[in-house]
Design a protein around this ligand. Structure first.
Ligand code: SF4
Length: 101
């Protein structure tokens, strides 16, 4: 096994020992399909050690099939849409008060 994969495997195993057993199967499955460059932030989000913003980014990357987030999201009903698309808090406030984007 290449050194990078061994590091990723160890990182996954270490994380799996630290989370609630009810989450292990799901996290293990997602981790197995997560590319190495996305794995660290994904696992830090899983254990609650990332910032909220990083966890949101990890969620969106997962949602995008681990692709780069350079495409606009078209899931307009997603609660994370405004954050993913970088809409500023002031603008988010306007969405809720005036119903416009
Ligand atoms: S904002 Fe878009 S990319 Fe992010 S989780 Fe929601 S639907 Fe997925």
């Amino acid at each position: 096994m290449p050194k990078d994969n061994l590091g990723a495997h160890e990182l996954i195993q270490k994380t799996l020992t630290r989370i609630d057993p009810t989450r292990v199967a799901a996290v293990s499955k997602i981790s197995a399909n997560c590319p190495p460059k996305r794995l660290k932030i994904y696992l830090r989000s899983i254990t609650g050690e990332s910032t909220s913003r990083a966890a949101i980014k990890a969620m969106c990357q997962h949602c995008f099939g681990w692709e780069d987030l350079d495409q606009p999201c078209t899931s307009y009903g997603c609660p994370l849409y405004a954050i993913k698309e970088g809409i500023r808090p002031k603008r988010v406030k306007r969405i809720f008060t005036e119903g416009t984007v």
